[in-house]
Design a protein around this ligand. Structure first.
Ligand code: SDX
Length: 391
């Protein structure tokens, strides 16, 4: 992997569509076949057999941990989960109606201010990655409970990462199935090649800024509804549709009005069903069985059928956000925490890509194709038009 300089300018591509911005050995996607791999391991097998802690090690060190290494990483996560004492007062002072993704962005910045270690070597930055990954769930759970007038729940010393997050949210230990559901959700969201938030983290890191700033860039980017924010929008959409029998009219009206994209569908890379959507769909099917949410699940299934008929030919299919919200809702998680869960997982991918990129760092500085006025002389104010409102 070397930073090869391009001979010719590849030319303009809106949203850098089709442009290769970096070389990476972490994650590969086959958009035509709907396949996703972390270092060659399929997302289906990782979801079935691995754990989020094991996937973090895989991404940071580019190999699976030995049993003792996995035990050591889990121990580090437990040791790092509790927030620095300076953070708690800030969480208490945040507006109760603050957007959780904005809260996470603020608190991640605060971690940077508290880190006095000037060492910017690989080991020190790996340690920062472990600490952020361990602490983000604690931050989100503490904010969530405080905004509801409840006391924050201290991290549990013997629960794994996913189970501990659910425990800190609710104050009671999750069942094994609930913990497994959350663990799979974190695995599915841990990385995804050069997505917008990872690219944003890399642009920041390429200036040799710090790892916290790179992650804060990623959080701010993930917040947008075209990226991480879609999972929350999907639940609002299926609530608004109300019943599977109304899906076709809803989609037809949306396309007719050209008012906005159908959330949970479409992807820059996948031109078939996102493999993560397939995994989430089966988990969602099981958790809603026999509950009122089965109605919402059936709306999603009908949406897939109608969208396939309408835009399947354009390669627009279900993405990771279509079913994830139903799983989180079944875990008792409110919609405005859905995207923070995405961030809690993706911090592993953001930091792994930065650690990798720093091995052969090169400043990101693309061109802009200039389409403005030709060079011209200065116009004194008295010689200018005095009214541009009718321009
Ligand atoms: C994630 O990149 C990643 O890897 C991201 C992600 C990750 O793990 O990091 O996978 C996570 O972000 C999943 C995507 C979540 N977002 C949504 O569900 C929002 C809805 N989806 C769309 O906004 C859209 O599909 C994007 C943003 C995801 C991708 O859009 P592109 O590649 O920029 O495609 P486009 O907007 O240029 O659309 C191309 C065509 C257009 O039709 P035409 O104008 O050419 O006729 O496809 C149509 C679009 O109208 N289209 C849709 C659609 N998505 C694209 N039409 C209806 N509904 C949609 N959802």
């Amino acid at each position: 992997m070397g930073a090869t300089k391009l001979a010719a300018n590849p030319g303009f591509s809106a949203g850098l569509e089709g442009v290769t911005a970096a070389r990476s050995g972490l994650c590969s996607i086959d958009g035509q076949q709907g396949r996703l791999y972390y270092l060659g391991y399929s997302i289906e097998e990782l979801a079935q057999y691995s754990s989020f802690e094991e996937v973090c090690f895989l991404l940071w060190r580019r190999r699976f941990p030995t049993a003792s290494e996995l035990k050591a990483l889990k121990k580090r996560f437990v040791e790092c989960r509790a927030l620095p004492e300076e953070i708690a007062p800030h969480i208490e002072r945040l507006p109760k109606d603050a957007a959780p993704m904005g809260v996470l962005r603020t608190l991640a910045s605060l971690l940077c201010n508290l880190d006095k270690n000037q060492d910017n070597g690989v080991a020190a930055n790996e340690e920062r990655a472990v600490r952020m990954t361990a602490q983000f769930p604690t931050m989100m759970a503490a904010f969530h409970r405080l905004r509801r007038g409840q006391k924050a729940v201290a991290p549990h010393p013997s629960l794994d990462h996913a189970a501990n997050f659910l425990y800190m949210l609710s104050g009671s230990q999750p069942t094994k199935d609930e913990a497994r559901l959350m663990d799979v959700a974190l695995i599915l969201h841990a990385d995804h090649e050069m997505n917008a938030s990872t690219f944003s983290s890399l642009v920041t890191a390429s200036t040799l800024s710090d790892l916290y700033s790179a992650v804060v860039s990623g959080i701010g980017t993930l917040k947008g509804p075209l990226h991480g924010g879609a999972n929350e929008e999907v639940l609002k959409m299926i609530d608004a549709i109300g019943d599977a029998s109304k899906v076709e009219a809803y989609v037809r009206e949306s396309f007719r009005a050209k008012k906005y994209r159908i959330m949970g569908f479409g992807h820059r890379i996948y031109k078939t069903v996102d493999p993560r959507a397939r995994v989430f769909k089966e988990y969602a099917r099981n958790v809603v069985a026999g509950t009122d949410s089965e109605r919402l699940f059936n709306i999603n299934v009908r949406l897939e059928e109608v969208m396939q008929a309408q835009v399947g030919s354009k390669g627009i299919y279900a993405n990771v956000d279509l079913y994830s919200g139903l799983v989180y809702q079944a875990l008792g998680i409110p919609p405005d925490l859905f995207t923070p869960i995405f961030a809690i997982a993706r911090v592993a991918g953001w930091t792994a890509h930065v650690l990798e990129y720093w091995q052969e760092n090169r400043l990101f500085r693309p061109n802009a194709e200039y389409v403005g006025p030709e060079p011209r002389s200065y116009e004194p104010v008295e010689k200018r038009r005095q009214d541009y409102s009718k321009a």
